[in-house]
Design a protein around this ligand. Sequence first.
Ligand SMILES: Nc1ncnc2c1ncn2[C@@H]1O[C@H](COP(=O)(O)OP(=O)(O)OP(=O)(O)O)[C@@H](O)[C@H]1O
Ligand SMILES: [Mg+2]
Length: 254
Amino acid sequence: MTSQTPPGPPPARPDVRLSARGLVHRFGTTTALAGVDVDLHDGEALAVMGPSGSGKSTLLHCLAGILVPAAGEVTLRGAPVSRLSDRERSLLRRRRFGFVFQFGQLLPELPAQENVALPLLLLGVPRAEAVTRARQWLGWLGLGGMEERRPGELSGGQAQRVAVARALVAGPEVVFADEPTGALDRATGAEVMRVLTGATRAAGASLVVVTHDEETAAWCGRRVEVRDGRLREAPRVHPSTTATPVVAAGGGAR
Ligand SMILES: Nc1ncnc2c1ncn2[C@@H]1O[C@H](COP(=O)(O)OP(=O)(O)OP(=O)(O)O)[C@@H](O)[C@H]1O
Ligand SMILES: [Mg+2]
């Protein structure tokens, strides 16, 4: 069989949801990203690994439109993210992205259901409906009966599941998680990853997980490694025995 591949870069896959090309970012004289290209596909869970200080969080922040890269571009379904105004990026984050961080993301004075309802309220969803949907999500994630508890009255793992519910409640296209298991023990971390990957997949969202933990990364279908601000595709070290396969949701063509 003869190759019919023309010279030049391969054509983009039709299921690219979020894409970065030539991302460069600096903090003063520190180059945090030195030219990163990466594609995130429909329904994909991508682990971003690498040593401390390698640029993982900076990459996540650029992909999510929190930071504007010094050079390069991020596109969401082909539409530029990095060239939007601050206000437009903030709206885009609210409408189309969800976030889970290591800790400190829940408002301590608000009950779990109010924390989860918040993204909906910010989008203008009426309060009763927002709370109903928040309670549904808490139930789906195994937190039925804990709706009225404040974050300080939850375990670390429960609080992270509340954070997962909050990240997903508004139907995001991409969920970004920066060290979501960083503050948890091994078993609790695995439980949070099971919930995060399962719920994200069921919701048809794609997922980016920054972690330096192998076991956390093993829940994702694909992994890349950041070294000194550059990215490389990393083969999976070992297939997880616990992770469920990531099925392309939302009509990912193959
Ligand atoms: N706000 C900032 N001001 C100055 N330098 C920063 C800032 N944020 C990050 N850096 C620097 O940019 C580089 C990349 O940082 P980044 O936070 O992306 O690393 P990381 O891979 O997420 O590390 P960790 O695993 O420790 O969270 C590091 O050298 C860091 O010191
Ligand atoms: Mg980081």
